[in-house]
Design a protein around this ligand. Structure first.
Ligand SMILES: [Zn+2]
Length: 171
């Protein structure tokens, strides 16, 4: 069990496009387990590999509530194959942009295919929070952050704030 340091805005690593995973093996499963430990420790409900500096197309999600049994979901090479015209709005946050939240509108339902932790092909029809969370995390694999979906003015303000705090930490 290893908790990895999180990559924080404005680190350019977050803008990298992650590469597909060719083989699901024990080494990869160890990275997945570290990602889960890191997400639970934060705590958060979703984490993409790039947020711990691994530019590979995988992410973990757990939407169970506090006190409930954990329900870890592992998505390897996830791909959205269809999304609804219907949209929904959620207040989103991100472990790479701590303590910042904003409403984001996205398709309300998506169908995604992916490989699970064992490398088996799966597909999911997601709605509600899972649909939003999946889209947020898949965005990470393409170097896209949730602040890219808000107004330019708001986005520039957040980036400025995090750039300043990164500089003061570097001193
Ligand atoms: Zn995020």
């Amino acid at each position: 069990m290893t908790i990895k340091p999180l990559i924080i805005l404005p680190d350019p690593v977050l803008r990298q496009v992650s590469k597909p995973i060719e083989r699901v093996d024990a080494d990869l499963q160890r990275v997945v387990d570290d990602m889960l430990d890191t997400m639970y420790d934060a705590p958060g409900i979703g984490l993409a590999a790039i947020q711990v500096g691994v530019a590979r197309r995988m992410l973990v999600i757990d939407l169970s509530k506090e006190g409930e049994e954990k329900q870890p979901l592992v998505f390897i090479n996830p791909e959205i194959v269809s999304s609804s015209d219907e949209r929904s709005v959620y207040e989103e946050g991100c472990l790479s942009i701590p303590d910042y939240y904003a409403e984001v509108e996205r398709p309300a339902k998506v169908t995604a295919k992916y490989l699970d932790r064992e490398g088996k092909e799966q597909s999911v029809e997601a709605d509600g929070l899972l649909a939003t969370c999946l889209q947020h995390e898949i965005d990470h694999l393409n170097g896209v952050l949730f602040i890219d979906h808000i107004s330019r003015l708001k986005r520039e303000m957040v980036i400025k704030k995090f750039t300043k705090s990164a500089k003061s930490k570097a001193l």
